[in-house]
Design a protein around this ligand. Structure first.
Ligand code: HEM
Length: 431
């Protein structure tokens, strides 16, 4: 008993140092979001292995194997539901974790590489969600993957090649399912696992979580990891597992009729985490909606820690009280402005028949130039006129982009009905 207890402690101490600064035990510093993401990854691996006992990756048998799982296998629906909810929650938690890293200045020197690895983790878990989406081979899966892989086709030069590579041919069919299955159960989890270990190791190498910078920091009180940190991590982890388990009991993962390539649902929507881009597609030239804007966003996120003075003071949410107010103001203004732009453009599109969404200049270059000019003007206003720091201006920019994407996602998921027209979901004929 004593021996096994020591083995567990040894394992824990491979992931954590022997002692941690007392200050980093504060739950409000990180809200345990990284740990929650790790717990969800654990749940996904575990339930994923169980699902593999029944699932059959062929277009003839995939759907019926899910039916067997949900109707005949003891606890089958429950395992499937835990897998589904963990995967979806993971996207939300990982984005919140990214936001907390930004808002507590945790991507500065010493943590830059970990930020980049984190972004790759985010990309991998989105890919994992997306490849898993096709596996039940129902109408929802088939058409969501059709929508997303046709978005790929808009990428200049190599778009059609990429589309065909993912689909394993011109159309979605057995080869697509085989490709997605291998990516979902082997390639992505393997890469995710390696990057996760690297991510955790870099947190440890950086001396643990970010702390408030003080002169006397070196002499700040340290406490043993076991039990102080472990008890807190276990509490957050167990509470999260309880939440997912209950969610999986009360709410089933969706399963529509078997995939029917001849009958497209109306509207055909991408999975919710890509709906922001599908919403952009309604307003912008496709090349800009699915390629140039996401590319600009990804390049900015990847490079932001490497520009000088972009991280907020470490360990203090929003950097200061002034920073907190700026964040709230930016989030509110960004949400209202995005909503106004969507509604305004919708009005324009529905009144002026002649407005075509695929006009390269008016719906591609012009909005892009305007967007870049807006960011330049905003940073000039914040830094030069209102005397905010560079880091606060960068924080405001990241909040603006994330809030705009969130509003596009909410509109796309709940407020778009047949033909992707705007609808009131609770009213008559809502989508
Ligand atoms: C599967 C997804 C992810 C998992 C499981 C994960 C896990 C963790 C854990 C356990 C920590 C330490 C504790 C904590 O912050 O709560 C951490 C820290 C960190 N993560 Fe992640 N993470 C993920 C995704 C991301 C993403 C998307 C980013 C941002 C791009 C990111 C950037 C960072 C950084 C910079 C730190 C160091 C923070 C600090 O020192 O305070 N991670 N991550």
């Amino acid at each position: 008993m004593l021996k096994s207890r020591r083995s567990i402690t040894d394992l824990i101490l491979h992931l954590h140092p022997l002692t941690v600064p007392r200050e980093t035990l504060r739950l409000t510093l990180s809200w345990g979001l990284g740990g929650m993401a790790a717990v969800l990854v654990g749940l996904l691996f575990l339930t994923g292995i169980l699902l593999l006992l029944t699932y059959q990756p062929s277009t003839d048998h995939a759907y019926s194997s899910i039916l067997i799982l949900t109707r005949e296998v003891p606890f089958g629906p429950w395992v499937r539901n835990i897998h589904h909810w963990s995967a979806n929650l993971l996207v939300v938690i990982a984005v919140l974790h990214l936001l907390r890293v930004v808002l507590t200045g945790a991507f500065g020197p010493g943590r830059r590489l970990n930020w980049v690895i984190g972004l790759f983790l985010l990309f991998l878990l989105l890919s994992s969600n997306f490849t898993g989406y096709l596996l039940p081979w129902d109408q929802l899966a088939y058409w969501a993957v059709t929508i997303c892989t046709s978005m790929l086709g808009y990428i200049p030069v190599c778009g059609l090649w990429l589309q065909e590579l993912f689909r394993g041919g011109a159309e979605i069919g057995p080869a697509t399912l085989a490709n997605f299955f291998v990516l979902h159960v082997a390639f992505i989890p393997g890469t995710l696992f390696i990057l996760l270990l690297w991510h955790f190791w870099l947190v440890r190498r950086a001396g643990g979580l970010v702390q408030v910078e003080r002169d006397e920091q070196k002499t700040g009180e340290r406490v043993p990891t076991v039990p102080n940190l472990i008890v807190r991590e276990a509490a957050v982890g167990l509470a999260l597992i309880a939440f997912v388990v209950v969610l999986a009991i009360v709410w089933n993962a969706p399963l529509l009729e078997q995939a029917n390539p001849g009958m497209s649902p109306n509207p055909a929507k991408a999975p919710w985490y890509f709906m922001g881009f599908q919403e952009l597609l309604l307003h912008l030239h496709p090349v800009f909606a699915v390629f140039i804007w996401p590319l600009l966003g990804a390049a900015a996120l990847l490079s932001v820690p490497f520009w000088s003075e972009t991280a907020l003071p470490t360990g203090v949410w929003f950097g200061s009280e002034r920073g907190r107010k700026l964040a709230i103001w930016t989030a509110s203004a960004g949400a209202l402005a995005t909503l106004a732009l969507i509604l305004g453009d919708n009005l324009l599109l529905s009144t002026a028949e002649a407005v075509a969404v695929d006009t390269l200049i008016t719906r591609g270059l012009l909005p892009t130039v305007l967007l870049i000019a807006l960011f330049v003007a905003l940073s000039f206003l914040l830094v030069k006129k209102l005397k905010y720091t560079r880091a606060e201006a960068v924080m405001a920019g990241i909040i603006l982009v994330l809030v705009a994407l969130a509003v596009c996602t909410v509109i796309g998921v709940w407020f778009r009905g047949a033909e992707m027209h705007l609808v009131w979901p609770w009213g008559q004929g809502g989508g």
